[in-house]
Write a protein that binds this ligand. Structure first.
Ligand code: SAH
Length: 190
């Protein structure tokens, strides 16, 4: 298949926006794949702030980082992404060039712990304030579970109303997949 699947496409977008020495956010650590990906983009002089509300996610991520070169560049927070503005030091406000949210539940974990539209939107609003111009925020929206469909609808209502002078908003989706495969919303700050 030549068309990019959702996760490789998300990574391609982040790689356009995030370079060595930058500040990046993994808003939903999960099993740590995106934290590792971002750490490799920012390198030893950059910084990745990663968030999750489950200790299991921190353990999994810490383990993945243990054999990575740039682990000092990463700080893991057992805390909701709706606190992102408090956690990222003010000296870095305006310098965040990339952020990713992999929504839904932790694969292999407790399926009752899911991301929720209210906190996701609060985090997006804060990130739009502290991102750099041309910074990219990627949402991977999982809407195959009932709460995921509710989150999707609220998120779509929110992102479709972001002022076009403030940001460009893109949707990337395979439209004929069965079982509601995930899709991407990417927001580029202007
Ligand atoms: N659905 C994706 C993975 C999503 S993992 C896949 O299948 O690959 C989503 C993570 O978000 C979970 O680990 C969950 O604990 C975390 N999470 C839920 N609410 C959160 C919040 N408010 N802030 C940060 N992380 C949160």
């Amino acid at each position: 298949m030549k068309l990019d699947r959702v996760i490789p496409f998300a990574h391609q977008l982040l790689a356009k926006a995030v370079t060595k020495g930058d500040i990046a956010i993994d808003a939903t650590m999960g099993n740590g794949h995106d934290t590792v990906f971002l750490a490799n983009l920012v390198g030893e002089h950059g910084k990745v702030y990663s968030f999750d509300i489950q200790q299991d996610a921190l353990h999994a991520t810490r383990e993945k980082l243990s054999n990575q070169e740039w682990q000092e560049a990463v700080s893991l927070h057992l805390c909701g992404h709706e606190h992102v503005k408090e956690i990222v030091p003010t000296t870095y406000h305006g310098k965040v060039s990339g952020a990713i949210f992999n929504l839904g539940y932790l694969p292999g974990g407790d399926k009752s712990i899911v991301t929720k539209a209210e906190t996701t939107i609060s985090a997006i609003e804060q990130l739009l304030q502290i991102m750099s111009k041309e910074g990219i925020l990627v949402l991977v929206i999982y809407h195959g579970h009932p709460e995921g469909a509710i989150e999707r609808d609220k998120l779509m209502a929110y992102v479709e109303n972001i002022n076009q002078q403030e940001a460009h908003v893109l949707r990337y989706q395979f439209v004929n997949g069965i079982n509601n495969p995930p899709f991407i919303i990417a927001i580029e700050k202007r």
